[in-house]
Design a protein around this ligand. Structure first.
Ligand code: GLC
Ligand code: CA
Length: 567
């Protein structure tokens, strides 16, 4: 085990209790005034991350790259892009995180490389049928695999691109400058294991497997979720388990629940996978004031192996994807969340959490509370903890990747560079201007969203049931209320979310908890029993979580009234 890992708890299931924070290195903090965030800047901000309650940082690709897809177009897997620093800076960041008990998750982008990667440059020139050429997927016609969808619909009209050097078409699921690797070639497997070795032996704790459903291709299929892809993942997992303790693989498999759950295998593929279908349904339920979309998708979600965990998220560095919803639901989402067509991109919406929710603090709190209480591990997107805005005029997904807002100073305290030199302009929208929305201002006000988020995270961390507990939906008659319980080691948590703008009353069948008295988690007040069982009046003015009698957001824990120590 690398020295730097000594500071971490020896627990292979650490990811179940984690709070993950997603950060593009470029956007967080610029240490050398060149207008671009870097590793030294990120390391300097680790205390902030720790103070927020984060236990794992997921950093976006930082490798040498032409940056035509923000680094998801990799030119060298075993180095650091010089604009972010060097390998020593990376190690310092990793050690600094570990010293603070924070784990680090990096990206393993191995569906494709940049067309500038030496493997591709070599492949184009290599003879047909050679091992070098076959690092990628070639064809004489662009007609092969016609069943396969196009992901970047606004930019590409085919998954094949002509290469004049190779005099053949090559396969790409994303941008045409990102040729897909060929998983039929054992040399590719070896190369990928080698990359995993490089970073795991430095001490990284986890890897997000970018675009993992598309690794293998096969005639007559849609080339997604193929058994061959799962076979590769099982090998990768076995390889890593044998060499590195307490590491985690996080799949990015944007698929329907059934297919997504397959990335856990029998507990022998990925440890985690993002719950893509749940994400848009959280937004739908909120706007429809109806628990059905959330309840329905959770009911469709298979049980997963004990050693696995869903990664839950509200927003990330991409557009809010609407691939895993019906056409009708997509229309609805566009109508209610992206009236302005400029906010739409590919099959999704390029907005941040606060802007999607019209800057409504109550709604932000409600969705964040669900993020932290539904079954899974929450992934928070940098800046959403202070309610940062976005800029839909920046092109592609750049509008949700703007500099972190640290203070009201020049460049939002992100960089001392000439403002014109910044890799992207800071947010100056009147409603979300960095002079008002920034860390420093919010640190100074305990009513701020930042403080609220800190308290929410701290509260979650007091109860392991959120990360590890069972999940049981309750079925109240009032569908404007979502209610569920989480149980772990005899500890019961009841979560009640009022999805409506208006006060709701709801009756919950808590007969399973007979003899117990609910104690509200944040304020620790006990609820009284009525002759009918527990009849709660939820009287919250806006959208909130908990059995609400005022404007505070609440989670409830049921415990034995005689047991005073249990809250
Ligand atoms: C993943 C990333 C996205 C990237 C794409 C291609 O979906 O999240 O940002 O553009 O893969 O690598
Ligand atoms: Ca810099």
């Amino acid at each position: 085990m690398p020295d730097s890992q000594e500071h971490l708890k020896n627990d292979p299931l650490w990811f179940k209790d984690a709070i993950i924070y997603e950060v593009p290195v470029r956007a967080f903090a610029d240490s050398n005034c060149d207008g671009i965030g870097d590793f030294q800047g990120l390391t300097e901000k680790l205390d902030y991350v720790k103070d927020l309650g984060i236990t794992a940082i997921w950093i976006l690709p930082f490798f040498p790259s032409p940056l035509r897809d923000d680094g998801y177009d990799i030119g060298d897997y075993k180095n650091v892009n010089h604009i972010y620093g060097d390998l020593d800076d990376f190690q310092e960041f990793l050690d600094g995180a570990h010293e603070r008990g924070i784990r680090v998750i990096i990206e393993l982008v191995v569906n494709h490389t940049s067309d500038q990667h030496p493997w591709f440059k070599r492949a184009r020139k290599a003879p047909k049928g050679s091992k070098e050429r076959d690092f990628y997927v070639w064809s004489d016609t662009p007609e092969k695999y016609p069943e396969v969808r196009i992901i970047f619909q606004d930019f590409e009209n085919s998954n094949w691109a002509w290469d004049p050097v190779a005099k053949a078409y090559y396969w790409h699921r994303f941008y045409s400058h990102q040729p897909d690797l060929n998983y039929e070639n054992p040399a590719v497997w070896e190369a990928v294991f080698d990359v995993a070795d490089f970073w795991f032996s430095k001490g990284v704790d986890g890897m997000r497997l970018d675009a993992v459903p598309y690794l293998c291709v096969k005639e007559g299929t849609n080339c997604e979720n193929l058994p061959e892809t799962h076979a590769f993942l099982k090998q990768l997992r076995a390889y890593i388990d044998a060499k590195y303790p307490n590491r985690m693989l996080l799949a990015e498999a944007n698929q329907w629940p059934e297919d997504a759950a397959n990335y856990y295998g029998n507990g022998d593929e990925c440890h985690m996978n993002f719950h893509f279908p749940l994400m848009p349904r959280l937004f739908m339920s909120l706007r429809m004031e109806d628990s059905f979309p959330i309840a329905d998708i959770l009911n469709q979600t298979p049980l997963i192996p004990d050693n696995c965990q869903w990664a839950l998220f509200l927003r990330n560095h991409d557009e809010l994807t609407l691939e895993m919803v019906s056409d009708e639901d997509r229309d609805y989402m566009y109508r209610v969340y992206a009236q302005d067509t400029q906010a739409r991109l590919n099959l999704g919406i390029r907005r941040r959490l606060s802007t999607l929710l019209g800057n409504d603090r109550g709604q932000v709190e409600l969705l964040s509370s669900l993020l932290l209480s539904l079954p899974g591990t929450p992934v928070i997107y940098y800046g959403d903890e202070i309610g940062m805005g976005d800029n839909i005029y920046l092109g592609d997904r750049n509008g949700v990747r703007t500099p972190m807002q640290w203070s009201g100073d020049r460049n939002a305290g992100f960089s001392r560079a000439n403002p014109q030199k910044l890799y992207a302009p800071v947010i100056v929208d009147p409603e979300y201007h960095y002079e008002a929305i920034n860390v420093e201002a919010q640190q100074g006000n305990t009513n701020s969203l930042l403080w609220w988020t800190k308290r929410l995270i701290a509260t979650r961390q007091r109860f392991q049931a959120f990360g590890r507990g069972t999940f049981e939906l309750l079925h109240p008659d009032n569908h404007k209320v979502l209610a569920f319980t989480r149980t772990y080691n005899g500890e019961h948590i009841l979560v009640v979310a009022n999805l409506s703008r208006f006060v709701q009353t709801v009756e919950l069948d808590l007969s399973a908890f007979a003899g117990m008295v609910p104690v509200e988690i944040f304020g620790r007040s006990q609820f009284r029993k009525s002759p009918m069982g527990f009849t709660f009046s939820a009287s919250v003015p806006t959208l909130s979580i908990g059995l609400c009698c005022n404007s505070s957001k609440q989670w409830l824990k049921c415990c034995n009234p005689n047991d005073r120590n249990r809250n």
